[in-house]
Design a binder for this molecule. Structure first.
Ligand SMILES: Nc1ncnc2c1ncn2[C@@H]1O[C@H](COP(=O)(O)OP(=O)(O)OP(=O)(O)O)[C@@H](O)[C@H]1O
Length: 928
């Protein structure tokens, strides 16, 4: 027959074997029953004792009754009735050893006696120490029992303080007792105590007593066997049901419920705990804690669960060495210095005994089962055996659950990694990646903030690359300043970086890089910084630094963190590659735009050069101008060209540029009057993408475009005051800042400015900054109005007739006298531009080879010049200009643009005319 140890029920696959086993048990019980009667008879027949016929009859009679006995109670009743008849005993007690063979139990009383004592004495749980009866039992052993020896009950009263049985007997008047030893071979099965009142003491007739003892012993032995078989059967059944139940458990909660529902009552324990050894083999973690204990011992109890404990204590190290359950006295254990938490908690919970058993798969110790009892007596040898059997089932269940947990956590980890990867893979923008990393890292690791630093190849410098935009340090000016700058690593941080050769979690407790991060950590002293190296392949390395309140918790997720860092590495490499491509695209785009703009300028230049190839003028004023141009051209000096509109300021500016060392670079023109005030800054200095509404792309400004060339600021007098400051700064610093840009850009530009305004007057009236005026007025060139150098008119007229004849395909060789006279008399408020335009127009309207008529404004030649000199002297240039524009507007019926429109006649672009109308305050009503 198998024992629970030799046939542990370990899996469903073995249940067939169990059924077989149970069948065997049943047949054993039946077989034993049948054998019992035969054995008794044989025993009597083979026993070599002298008995008379009467005794034999009694014995056979008893034998029959005993044979009918199904259990110990029946047996007791049978023996009692016979002994009462033959030996006139007053009472009978049967003492049986407990399984430990160390203690005994007054196991059975006949019913009659129980009634007699009104059930004040029972046969339940009344073990007493062997030592109390030792002298008596020793004597019995030596004299082999079957004797007529009477003992005084009174002598044993004091030896039995726990149960007081002897006291009861004595008080009943049973002053003597005799002992009959029950034996099977060498095995002691127990004793029968026969109680007598002194007077009724009779002859014990030892042969008969010996026969009864033998019969009783055989019967008891068989009943014991039957009981054992039954016990094993029950145990097997229980194990089978536990096996079936436990095999289906998939998680800790189910196991906890199973233990509570199935084991606790069975074992009679208060609560249990399962501890699982960690991979290091030196520590364990509470795997399953009984909720009954949890309710009583919060929150210390949770500490037990959330932290690792050392296996090498007095209890668990012993438990580890053996497969049998061990029993510890909690009182004793708690006396040791710094007892483990699981001992302390349970001592406080008033537990008396700790029973431990290891949970092992072969030689591998998976963990421990700790069972707490309030009372030591509840633990019986059967329970110990049973617990040992259960431990195998439990170990399998725990191993299954751990394996499930492992599979689940791997699956979780995989799906987290997948989720993380899906979340960051499509991101090509640093800001978006930073925000996504913050969300993901928070969710996965509960981090407070993070920064990713790129490390230079020599690991001597670092650059903050991605960071948590919500963190305190992201607002720290020191941190912001370092964002675009490679900075030397602090010594302590460098040492740490050198120490990390592969990605692993490191504490950065003393190695914080930025002061602001220190501040964050100091404010919340529970938060420390940690770091991990990120391998970027050919791009070198980076370090992720983050704040976290719990190193242990973080450490437990180190593997996941490593995987995440690998993913981050891919994302960083993508971003860096993307940034590189973007930078190159921007650069290409910039070159493209520059080329486009340069092409436009070159085209203009070709066109303008055709116009400006020849500067006509023989007058003294023009000769003076030519000299000045020659003087200043070769230098880098700023030139200020003054003169009425159309006097040739731009022409002179180009002449200066074309004769300067910068002639192979661009001369870029900015018409300060033609641009809305809010766009001039962007026009001059450029802008970054998104710096203002409409700035959909980054654009370089005229300053950058004119780099190494000349910037011609036409109509400088129209520049708004607020921009004059910025212009002045650019001229002084020789560097500009794009609108919305972060840094400054060095430029090497020669400035030529022009205006038809009297700048000094503008300065006096506060419309022009004096400092800018002085900055510009380094080399002034004044161009006289055409009316002041009328001697140039014939040459200019001839020049323009030639140009426009060719252009229009007309063959005009000469100009009629009248037309020439008209032109000389005319005042030319629009100066040479007006002359040029009138000639072009007149050519178009003429016929024949001679230009006979010049179509002067108002159609009345010379009428404009018919004003008196005194009238002219009393007017300012602005008043004069205002009047002239008004006159032309009226002439054109208010039409400003298009051929024959006011701008066309005045020889200015419509935008210039508009700004002049605005500046001079000309309104529609003035035209009436
Ligand atoms: N001395 C000159 N010889 C030939 N053409 C001239 C001369 N001066 C001016 N022009 C012509 O007159 C026109 C106007 O000249 P320009 O644009 O240089 O004048 P401006 O003073 O800059 O005018 P505004 O102040 O309105 O900008 C141009 O077509 C230019 O070629």
């Amino acid at each position: 027959m198998s024992t629970p140890n030799s046939a542990p029920v370990s899996s469903n696959g073995e249940s067939k074997e169990l059924s077989e086993l149970l069948k065997n048990h049943f047949s054993t019980i039946e077989y034993l029953s049948e054998r019992f009667k035969d054995e008794l008879k044989n025993h009597l027949a083979t026993e070599n004792f002298q008995a008379d016929e009467g005794e034999k009859t009694i014995l056979l009679d008893l034998s029959n009754e005993i044979a009918e006995a199904k259990n110990k109670e029946d047996l007791t009743e049978a023996v009692h009735s016979k002994l009462k008849t033959f030996f006139k005993i007053n009472g009978l007690t049967i003492i049986l050893p407990n399984n430990d063979q160390q203690t005994y139990q007054i196991y059975m009383f006949p019913q009659e006696i129980r009634k007699m004592f009104r059930n004040t004495v029972t046969n339940e749980k009344n073990s007493f120490d062997y030592s109390e009866l030792k002298p008596l039992l020793d004597k019995l052993t030596t004299i082999d029992a079957h004797v007529e020896v009477f003992y005084d009950t009174s002598e044993y009263i004091d030896r039995d303080p726990g149960t007081n049985y002897f006291k009861h007997w004595f008080e009943k008047g049973w002053e003597k007792f005799a002992v009959v030893s029950l034996k099977m071979g060498e095995e002691s099965l127990g004793y029968i105590l026969l109680h007598f009142e002194k007077l009724s003491m009779g002859n014990l007739r030892s042969n008969l007593l010996k026969g009864i003892s033998s019969q009783f012993s055989v019967a008891l032995s068989n009943i014991n066997k039957m009981d054992e078989a039954l016990r094993r059967k029950n145990e097997m059944e229980l194990l089978l049901s536990i096996n079936t139940g436990i095999a289906s458990l998939r998680n800790i909660e189910e196991l906890a419920k199973f233990i509570k529902d199935r084991f606790k009552k069975l074992l009679g324990c208060s609560h249990t705990m399962i501890a699982v050894c960690n991979e290091d083999g030196l520590t364990f973690n509470a795997f399953l804690l009984d909720e009954d204990a949890r309710e009583k011992a919060q929150p210390v109890y949770l500490d037990l669960k959330n932290s690792s404990h050392i296996v090498n204590d007095t209890v668990l190290s012993k438990t580890m060495q053996t497969e049998i359950p061990l029993i510890f006295d909690l009182e004793e254990l708690s006396k040791q210095k710094n007892p483990p938490l699981y001992i302390k908690i349970n001592k406080d919970l008033k537990q008396q005994v700790l029973l431990t058993i290891r949970l092992a798969k072969g030689d591998e110790v998976v963990g421990f089962w700790l069972i707490y009892f309030k009372n030591k007596d509840t633990i019986t040898a059967e329970k110990l055996k049973f617990i040992q059997s259960l431990s195998h089932q439990l170990c399998i269940s725990v191993a299954n659950i751990l394996a499930n947990q492992e599979i689940k956590s791997r699956e979780d980890e995989k799906s987290r990694l997948l989720k993380f990867s899906n979340a960051i893979a499509p991101l090509r923008d640093k800001e978006l990646l930073s925000d996504m990393l913050k969300i993901q890292l928070c969710e996965l690791f509960n981090i407070s903030d993070f920064v990713i630093y790129l490390l230079s190849v020599d690991r001597l410098k670092f650059l903050p690359f991605l960071y948590d935009h919500d963190s305190d340090f992201s607002r720290d000016p020191e941190f912001i300043k370092g964002l675009d700058t490679w900075t030397d690593l602090p010594d302590n941080f460098r040492a740490l970086i050198y120490a990390i050769d592969s990605p692993s979690l490191s504490e950065l407790r003393c190695e914080r890089i930025h002061q602001s991060q220190n501040k964050t950590s100091e404010r919340d002293s529970n938060v420390s910084r940690y770091g991990m190296l990120i391998n970027l392949g050919i791009d070198g390395n980076a370090v992720i630094s983050f704040a976290h309140p719990d190193f242990k918790q973080l450490k437990s997720k180190e593997e996941l963190l490593k995987s995440i860092c690998s993913q981050i590495s891919v994302a960083l490499s993508n971003i860096m590659a993307n940034e590189k491509v973007n930078r190159q695209l921007i650069e290409i785009d910039r070159y493209k735009k520059q080329l486009e703009e340069e092409t436009v300028y070159l085209k203009e230049e070709i066109e303008v050069n055709q116009n400006y190839a020849e500067i006509i003028g023989e007058s003294a004023a023009m000769q003076k101008t030519f000299r000045l141009v020659a003087q200043v051209a070769s230098s880098d000096s700023t030139v200020l060209i003054l003169g009425e509109t159309g006097t040739g300021k731009e022409l002179i500016a180009r002449a200066i540029h074309n004769n300067s060392p910068r002639k192979n670079k661009l001369m870029v023109k900015v018409n300060c009057a033609a641009l809305p005030a809010n766009l001039i800054e962007s026009e001059l200095f450029g802008h970054e993408k998104g710096s203002f509404t409409g700035a959909t792309e980054r654009r370089i400004g005229k300053f950058e475009l004119a780099n190494n060339g000349t910037l011609f600021l036409d109509e400088i007098g129209e520049m708004p005051l607020e921009l004059q400051v910025k212009l002045l700064r650019a001229l002084q610093e020789r560097e500009i800042e794009r609108v919305g840009g972060r840094g400054t850009i060095k430029v090497d530009v020669r400035i030529i400015a022009a205006t038809n305004r009297e700048l000094e007057k503008e300065v006096d009236e506060g419309r022009f900054r004096s400092d800018l005026y002085y900055r510009l007025n380094i080399f002034p060139i004044y161009l006289s109005a055409l009316r002041e150098r009328k001697e140039d008119i014939p040459m200019l007229a001839t020049h323009f007739i030639n140009r426009y004849s060719k252009k229009t395909g007309r063959q005009i060789d000469t100009i009629g006298n009248k037309a020439m006279q008209d032109m000389i008399q005319y005042r030319w408020p629009g100066n040479i531009r007006e002359l040029e335009h009138l000639i072009e127009r007149s050519i178009l309207l003429s016929s024949g080879n001679t230009l006979k008529q010049i179509h002067l404004p108002s159609g009345r030649p010379g009428n404009i010049s018919a004003v008196s000199t005194s009238e002219i002297l009393l007017k300012t240039i602005d008043e004069n200009e205002c009047e002239h524009i008004l006159r032309i507007l009226k002439y054109c019926n208010g039409r400003k643009s298009g051929p024959g429109g006011a701008a066309d006649i005045l020889g200015v672009p419509p935008s210039t005319l508009n700004s002049k109308i605005k500046r001079l305050g000309i309104k529609k009503e003035h035209l009436v």
